[in-house]
Design a binder for this molecule. Structure first.
Ligand SMILES: [Zn+2]
Length: 461
């Protein structure tokens, strides 16, 4: 297939930027030719506006989408949000999750996402026992997500999450005490790292021949795994050559609990457990000391920022620029999906920096595009993704420059302006998934409202 782009965002000798009249040739899901200054020909699919590489949504919990616009009664604290989240988690079945995730990933695709990192921890039945073969087996939930991503036309990196404890006890300061999983968390846990690894090994084997999906690892947080368990999970990821993701210091409470139990920050705990490094991505990284920033940067650990979630849950402002300068590549994710707009997340990183420092322009348009594209794909174990170049996956996102929002904008600065609703066309793995703002799967709003209603109905006994 060939695509003719009115303008495209390409690597240039002086840095990435806008090039006019570009033909992108694709075959078997990859880009096989990039021709500059090309005239459109009859066989080309025409992409107007400016064509960016496919966007990567590096941090998602798909089922959290059902909470959007439902947790603000009475002010809506982090805790009212979490109570709703647990109610939803308890009601999920593989069938319900597949329908919801299909709609959620389709919404992401409409906004230009071509690869998603699903930080997946709802593994088992509500009572914590594995799904039997009749319900799809121990990886039934992961299979539901794979099927959903395929129908929605997005690449999936399933970050299979090790989640073994309910929290970090602070009753006896100086002694590390991880609490058992609470009943509402039972279905997240595999019991031991060994059991988690056995299940994930089986999943990797089952998905080995599917080039649209990858299996990576996650440790939920230093609250949910002990330092010894963290070391084992990190070892598994290294041996597998798989990405490792971990929630880090989203709320000050996590730092307080780690300091009380271990006398060190969560970042230092990760470092001491051998869990930092270029294959690792820390999610949020909001509440960091100077030492934490130095440890993350010097180890080349990536950081995935989720600004709309960090605003929505009143987490705080992450030190984005300091992390980047220290050596941490930055990616972005929509996390609990208060929005499904990767461009807005990237822009949010710069906006938060402005609020925190009183300065504009810490992250220019090229850096924001990099966060939303190549850095995000790299964090998801797709190091060749997120660029329009020969050999890269054929993922393209056309952003309109003629909407009421984008009209009059300098195309080179579109990352500071455009959002999901300005995306007209999306190509993922060489397939046209979104055309003229319509998803190939149909009416995404309807898919979402039906799946969300169905799930909330299932939460009421
Ligand atoms: Zn998260």
């Amino acid at each position: 297939m060939s695509f003719w782009c009115e303008r495209a965002w390409l690597a240039q000798p002086g840095g990435p930027g806008v090039v006019e009249s570009v033909r992108v040739e694709t075959a078997e899901g990859r880009i096989v030719g990039v021709e500059l200054g090309a005239a459109a020909s009859d066989g080309d699919v025409r992409l107007g506006g400016i064509v960016l590489p496919g966007l990567a949504n590096a941090h998602s919990h798909a089922f959290h989408r059902a909470l959007r616009g439902r947790t603000h009664a009475g002010g809506g604290s982090f805790w009212t949000w979490r109570a709703g989240m647990y109610a939803l988690a308890a009601a999920l079945t593989p069938e319900l999750y597949e329908r919801l995730a299909r709609a959620v990933y389709a919404e992401m695709a409409l906004g230009g996402t071509t690869a998603v990192g699903e930080f997946h921890y709802v593994h088992h039945r509500a009572d914590g026992t594995p799904h039997p073969a009749s319900e799809g087996g121990p990886n039934a939930m992961a299979e539901a997500l794979r099927s959903a991503a395929r129908d929605a036309g997005v690449h999936l990196t399933l970050l299979d999450t090790c989640y073994l404890h309910g929290g970090l006890g602070t009753e006896h300061p100086g002694t590390a005490q991880h609490e058992p999983l609470a009943p509402e968390q039972a279905r997240f846990g595999d019991g031991t790292v060994e059991a988690w690894a056995r299940r994930v090994d089986a999943l990797r084997a089952a998905w080995a021949d599917d080039d649209r999906v990858l299996v990576g690892a996650a440790a939920h947080s230093v609250r949910a795994v002990t330092p010894d368990e963290l070391r084992e999970v990190a070892g598994w990821a290294r041996r597998a050559g798989a990405p490792l993701h971990v929630h880090l210091s989203e709320q000050p409470g996590e730092n307080e609990a780690a300091l009380a139990a271990f006398g060190v920050t969560p970042t230092r705990l990760l470092h001491d457990a051998g869990a930092l490094g270029p294959g690792t991505t820390a999610i949020h990284a909001v509440h960091l000391t100077d030492d934490d920033v130095a440890l993350l940067g010097a180890s080349g650990t990536g950081v995935c920022l989720c600004p709309t979630t960090e605003r929505d849950l009143a987490d705080g402002l992450a030190p984005g620029l300091r992390l980047l300068r220290a050596g941490s590549p930055l990616s972005v994710g929509t996390d609990q999906h208060v929005g499904a707009d990767v461009l807005a997340e990237a822009r949010g990183v710069e906006e938060h920096e402005r609020l925190a420092t009183g300065r504009r322009g810490s992250f220019g348009p090229a850096t924001l595009v990099e966060m939303a594209t190549s850095a995000g794909h790299a964090a998801l174990g797709r190091p060749d993704g997120g660029r329009i170049a020969v050999g890269a996956p054929a993922d393209l996102v056309a952003v309109r420059l003629d909407t009421a929002r984008t009209a009059g904008t300098d195309p080179a600065q579109v990352a500071l302006v455009a959002g999901a609703t300005d995306v007209s066309d999306v190509v993922a793995g060489g397939e046209l998934v979104v055309r003229d703002g319509e998803h190939r799967a149909g009416d995404v709003a309807r898919m979402l409202s039906e799946a969300i209603d169905e799930l909330w109905t299932a939460t009421t006994p």
